[in-house]
Design a protein. Sequence first.
Length: 355
Amino acid sequence: MNGSICCRFIITTILATLLSGCQGASYYGQAAWGHAQVMLAKRPIAEWLEDPGIPQALREKLAYVMAVREFAQNDLLLPVGDTYLAYADVHRPYVVWNVFAAPELSLEPKNWCYPMVGCAPYRGYFEQAAAERYSDSLRGDGYDVFVSGVLAYSTLGWFDDPVLSTFLQLDDARLSALIFHELAHRMLYVPGDTAFNESFATAVEEEGMRRWAAASRAPGLLAEHERRQKLTEDFIAMVSRRKNELTAMYASDLSLDRKRIEKAALFSALLNDFEAERQKIPEMARYQHWFASGLNNAGLATIAVYHDLVPAFQRILSRSHGDLTVFYEECRRLSRLSPSERRQDLKLLMSARPS
C-alpha cells in the first residue's frame, strides 16, 4: 500500500534454485544475488559511530536504532540476536519491489509458493526493472498488476539482517515501528498465513510503540504514530467500502461486459471518494501515489492484509494483562493449529467483547 509496507522475502538460495525449474532458478538467482549484495555492503554500526567523518544526521539515526533495538530485546522480549548491528547503504529508495496480481474480475490475489516458507500474495525483486518486466508478462496473461516498493525485508533469522539506508528516510516514529514489526517476525512466522503473520507483527509494533514512548518519555512519538495509524484506518475504511461493492458485483450473475463497465464505474467512484477525503483531510494526499499507480484489483487486494486480524491479537494481549511472555505463548499456540482451526479461533477473538 505504501513504502512502509514490509515484505517477508526469504532467500532460500541454492536449495530453492535446485528445487525449481529454469524460470524458478532465474527468480531465486536474482533473490540470492540481491541479498548477497546487501550483506556484502554492511558494516558494523559500532564502526560507523566511531568514524568522525560520517554525517551527523546518519550518526544520530544509527544511535537511535541501537537504542530501539536494545529496548526491543530487553523490554519487548523479542529475539533480536545480532540483527541490526550493522548498516548497509543500498543506494536506492527501496530495497525490494513487490509484484501483486489479481484476475481481471476478482479480488482474490494470485499466490506464489516458495520452498520452506509457504505461499504469499506477492513476488519480490531486488531490481525495479525486473519487477516491471515480470509485471508486463502478468498483464499479458490478463491479470491486473500492482507494483510496490518496500523499505525492508526480513530473513526471519536465517541471516543477521542489517539496518538499511532505506530505513533512515523515516522519522523516529515510523522507524521505531518498523524495527518492532520486523523483529516480531523473528519471534513468530507461520508459513503461508500472511494475514496471521502481519497482524501479529502489527499488534507487537503498536504495543512496542506504547511502551517505547513511555520508556523514552516521548509522548509525542506515540501521538505521531497513532495519528498515522488513524489516517491509515480512515484510508482502509474508505477503500473497503468500494472493495465490498466490487466483491459483490464480481460474484453476481452480470455478463462479463457488464461487469467490466461496473468495475470501471466503481473504481471511478473510489477516486472521487479519495478526492473528497483529501479536501477534508489534506494529509490523505500521502496515498496519492497508490492511486497514481493505477487503480485495479491487484492494488485493492493489498489493502487490509496487515490490519484485518490486529484486534484479535489485541484481545490476547489484554487477556494476558500485558504480560508479553503469556501473550507470545498464546500466539504460538494459535500458530500450531491447522489453518481452519486458527482462523476459527481468531474469528472468535475478533467477536469477543474487549476487556
